[in-house]
Design a protein around this ligand. Structure first.
Ligand code: UDP
Length: 413
């Protein structure tokens, strides 16, 4: 029994936590390694920070490794990321060589751990080629793709597909993302941790404090988008939506984000955002440090409405975080957001800044609807998108993979 896990029972009920103990029992002591490319910044790091210790609490021998790379490597992997999400980006043979060389170097350092593990989960394209440099691997290797690869730019997908041939299974967030691969594909939606600093309840004074700290006006409705400064998140579209909505309702906007060490484009996008926001004292562009979890929590809670106007999104953790705080979310009608936001029920899905502006105005004029949608949003997250469900899916997948094609798997002993 783990004290940490037992605390989740207060939120989810005991059945959920007992189910985790039951599923973990046959996996006890197994060596599990997660590998990604950054320890902070972005949704994958956010998830691993919670998922890894919880697997440990359940008795698995789990570790989290982060690959190291040069600026050229991260430029290349950002190119792969953007191309897999649909941008036409051609990668030169030199860039691909860098990608492979850096993976080979990381494999050199991590080989003993990787080859010895029972399960290796490789997150996203950056470390995907490690497998090709671990010829004596013993365990099962699973490629966990967090991004929207429903319509990848074909030449880059073809290259990546070549790199990931050797896996035993893959995981995608949505059925639409799955691509033909020579092994089983599993669907697992990401999650948030209700007990983390980012999501726990906060005292009222802490919400008031963010108004002071960032010079926000306490009596003016607040909308926000919290995201890395990335074109796929469409921060400029958010500014346009705010400007359009503001013609009819008084409003202030927070665009807050940090950078991720594996994302070389952030600074450029931030500069564009600052330029677009210049001269408007009610647009607050905040660059936050990587550990600003409580601040983000407070900003989300202080908002009347949260936006996530992405044009591509694997699964927006920020959407789920806001919904957990009882906020209606106006999200881009794309990728994972389609699964997260139930249109007209927990928020709205939009395609344009004008569409977002319309929904902002509607919600600010219909406060009772805003509240109703927010309450439903929280409930939807409770039922579907908490860490406990995520962990359950991982454990079930591991048991499934271990037992291969057996007709019956008994986890009751
Ligand atoms: N986040 C953060 N600081 C920031 C911006 C975002 O801690 O300045 C967090 C955010 O709260 C969320 C995660 O980073 O937990 C972003 O995950 P998401 O899936 O929304 O987007 P990604 O960055 O992975 O594309």
């Amino acid at each position: 029994m783990s004290e940490v896990l037992d605390r989740y029972a207060e939120i989810t009920g005991w059945a959920v936590v007992n189910h985790l103990y039951q599923l973990a029992a046959p996996l006890k002591g197994m060596k599990v390694v997660h590998v990604n490319s950054t320890r902070e910044g972005g949704g994958v790091a956010e998830i691993l920070r919670k998922l890894v210790p919880m697997m440990g609490d359940l008795g698995l021998d789990v570790s989290w490794k982060v690959i190291k790379g040069s600026p050229d490597f991260f430029r290349c992997t950002k190119g792969i990321h953007n191309a897999i999400q649909g941008f036409r980006i051609d990668l030169s043979p030199d860039m691909l060589k860098t990608y492979e060389t850096i993976n080979a170097e990381n494999a050199e350092a991590l080989r003993p751990v990787l080859e010895d593990a029972d399960f290796v989960f490789i997150h996203d394209p950056q470390p995907a080629a490690l497998i090709n440099f671990c010829p004596n691997r013993q365990g099962k290797w699973i490629w966990r793709c967090h991004i929207d690869c429903s319509r990848p730019y074909r030449p880059v997908w073809k290259y990546l597909r070549g790199q990931i041939q050797g896996y035993d299974a893959s995981i995608f967030s949505l059925a639409e993302f799955a691509q033909p691969l020579p092994y089983p594909q599993y669907l697992i939606a990401p999650s948030i941790d209700p007990l983390s600093e980012k999501n726990i309840d906060l005292p009222e004074e802490e919400l008031e404090a963010v108004f002071d700290r960032f010079d926000l006006k306490p009596d003016l409705p607040l909308i926000s988008q919290i995201s890395r400064f990335d074109r796929f998140k469409d921060p400029l579209g958010v500014i346009s939506a705010y400007r359009e909505a503001r013609k009819m309702v008084p409003l202030q906007l927070v665009l807050a984000g940090g950078s991720a060490s594996d994302d070389p484009e952030g600074e450029r996008v931030l500069a564009e955002v600052r330029e677009a926001a210049a001269g408007d004292e009610d647009i607050h562009v905040l660059l936050l440090p990587p550990d600003a979890h409580r601040t983000i929590n407070a900003l989300q809670r202080a908002s009347d409405i949260v936006l996530q106007k992405s044009i591509k999104e694997g699964f927006g953790l920020t959407v789920t975080e806001a919904m957990w705080k009882g906020k209606p979310v106006i999200g881009g009608d794309t990728g994972g957001i389609r699964l997260q936001v139930v249109d007209h029920f927990t928020g709205f899905k939009v395609r344009t800044p004008e569409g977002a502006a319309l929904r902002i105005r509607y919600l600010l004029h219909h406060r009772e609807k805003l509240k109703e949608m927010g309450n439903r949003a929280r409930h939807l997250v409770l039922e579907n998108f908490l860490l406990t469900r995520h962990l359950r899916d991982y454990l079930a997948l591991m048991i499934g993979i271990l037992h291969g094609f057996e007709d019956r798997i008994d986890v009751t002993q």
